[in-house]
Design a protein around this ligand. Structure first.
Ligand code: NAP
Length: 240
């Protein structure tokens, strides 16, 4: 496994958790040694050098790639008109361009892997746009369209693609917004545990599913949007 993020301390913690089957040994100065058999790449996924390091680490340390999980993501809250171009570009860079380019670089190696698969972490907001999240929704809609487009191209090479559309999940996501212009007009949703999303992803990979929404309320929103799009539009308008 090759773990990637910008914060080394978090990567070391996760590596130890994985190695020790759930027991976290954060702060342990020997963490680096314990986790030797995991590859760690510290860097920003939007940098081409980080993406090359991921591919090289997988190739050199493990001889190939069977699974790519495109998970890194970010967002911002606030109306589009009062936001900036850099905010839009940064969110598109992290949530879409980095994913597309890492996948492009991995395809030739994945094609030689064992039951290879690309797992793209989208969002229910990649299937229904909501106000105050325009850049995020745009990036996740892009991810959905691109995933659907490349799925048949990858199938030709024997590579599967799973699209995961989580709803609100109890992670640090909302602490890491790149900008927050006031509170959203709807109350903060209680998230589901990330472990539940992770288990649903593993099950979906095993079952060969193409797309999942591992969140009841999220399923309800998408179902309502499909059957009563005007009603959902009216609801969104109240919040605009
Ligand atoms: N939480 C939710 O409610 C929710 C709902 C729907 C979809 N999602 C999606 O789920 C995915 C995971 O989000 P999360 O909820 O787990 O958020 P999170 O707690 O903020 O975790 C994001 C992870 O991505 C890494 N990351 C972020 N930007 C990066 C960059 N530029 N380069 C390298 N690594 C980067 C972060 O590590 P570093 O900060 O150390 O780099 C962190 O490990 C995202 O794609 C998100 O859009 C989340």
């Amino acid at each position: 496994m090759v773990l990637v993020a910008r914060r080394n301390d978090k990567l070391q913690e996760l590596a130890c958790e994985i190695k020790e089957g759930g027991k976290i040994t954060s702060g342990d100065s020997s963490g680096k040694q314990i986790c030797q058999s995991l590859g760690i790449v510290i860097g920003d996924i939007t940098e081409p050098s980080t993406r090359s390091a991921i591919i090289e680490t997988a190739r050199e340390q493990f001889g190939g790639i069977d699974l790519v999980v495109n998970n890194a993501g970010t967002s911002a809250h606030g109306r589009f008109a009062s936001a900036s171009e850099p905010r839009l570009r940064r969110i598109m860079e992290v949530n879409f361009f980095a994913v597309a380019e890492l996948t492009r670089a991995a395809i030739p190696i994945l094609a030689e892997g064992h039951e290879p698969i690309v797992v793209n972490i989208g969002s229910i907001l990649g299937r229904r746009g909501v106000p105050y999240n325009s850049e995020y929704c745009a990036s996740k809609f892009a991810l959905v369209g691109w995933s659907e487009s490349i799925r048949p191209e990858l199938a030709r090479l024997g590579i599967d693609l799973l699209l995961v559309n989580p709803g609100t999940t109890d992670t640090e996501f909302f602490d890491h917004l790149i900008e927050k212009q006031g509170e959203t007009p709807w109350p903060r949703q209680k998230g589901i545990p990330p472990e539940r999303v992770a288990r649903a992803i593993v099950r979906a990979i095993e079952r060969g599913q193409r797309e999942i929404v591992p969140h009841r309320k999220g399923q309800l929103l998408l179902w309502a949007n499909r059957l009563f799009p005007r009603l959902v539009d009216r609801l969104m308008q109240r919040w605009g």
